[in-house]
Unconditional design. Sequence first.
Length: 479
Amino acid sequence: MGAAQERKHRIVVLGGGPGGYEAALAGAQLGAEVTLVERAGVGGAAVLTDVVPSKSLIATAGGVQAVRDSGKLGVQAFVPGADGKPVKPEIAVNLAAVNKRLLAVAAAQSVDMLHTLEQAGVTVIHGEGRLDGTNAVLVATAAGGTDFDRVEADTIVLSVGASPRELDSAKPDGERILTWKQLYSLKDIPEHLVVVGSGVTGAEFANAYRTLGAEVTLVSSREQVLPGEDPDAAGVIEREFKRLGMNVMSKSRAESVERTESGVRVTLADGRTVDGSHCLMAVGSIPNTAGLGLEEAGVGLTESGHIKVNKVARTAVPSIYAAGDCTDFFPLASVASMQGRTAIMHALGDFVRPIDLRNVSANVFTYPEIATVGWNERTLADASELAQYVTHTVPLSVNPRAKMIGFTDGFVKLFAWKASGTVIGGVIVAHRASELIFSLALAVEHRLTVDQVASAFAVYPSMTGAITDAARAMHQSAL
């Protein structure tokens, strides 16, 4: 008889969002026995109620904006009136049909991801799980059930995500006071949507619904919208918001939101009130880490309940890793995916590079978009005593392709170390900046110099030409 077959490494993943999905897939590809436990559907909130549906909604708004802006290109979408003269028609948006489509897109993406996992040999269990020590998970397949199946594991990956933060003074009811998960139940465009919170989520939805035809008031506690972004980029977006007719209330902190007979009333800290038909609460998120047995297992948590992890996604417990918005790392789907893959590669002894957040690309899906990678001006200003940097900005108003498509509100900004010319960061504000930032991400990841970026051939005319133009302007003389 031959030698007994070696037992496979057992991996249990809690949560099927981007981090859990990638962890499960990577584990199966590396020959492990993988079980994934997910209570809603593969893809998690990112696919079912967050990233996929919200960006689908934003894409619809972009289509509306493109039609409205087509006049700049000489396209006249007019119909003849009673007197034979052209009358500009209204753009009709069927929100019920839009929401039906985007939820269908999300569901289809979830099914595709499930099939990919099953084809890779992953066992997917629909249910809820929690830790049972450091090497097992208890799984309840009935919602709220008390009967658990115990699944043993050599490695556990926690990817349980986060949920919209709710305030006691502005409790969402799913009808008039809404979280971003509840927006997709709306049948009609809100008459007047009050958005509380001017971070990425608030800004994206405010932009989308204003473009779709709603009156929008954006309540921002900060001096400028998108306070976490490059100030110049945020300035472009705020000007665009105001051009669209959005009411941006800066330095205005919301204290409470209540239902009225016809809608909602938002009360501000200074006593002012804002009346609207609906209110979107976009005031952050909280990790779904309660009741999972983390403290009992020795997994370290922050005061906010986020799981503490290192650069290879490992927790304080050697057999337990974590990925995604439930961690204290960086709440981006792309980062969650990288954490999931990194965790499994580290657990199975494969070659792994610790995740460097300075190489992460991020995007705000407003119109125009803001894409960033690497160092920004705030962090560079803090590090100025250690190393000097140079920066250059090319406005899209001088880019020929931007002129051709009628979209010149934006810019490309590069950062590089003065001594070496190494590209260390960049900001792009443009239509589909999310697609343009990848070239800068490669430059940052592989430590290219501005001269190396400038030596690449960009298509003429193209938006990417603004990147090589900025790099050429930062040329370092060999003399």
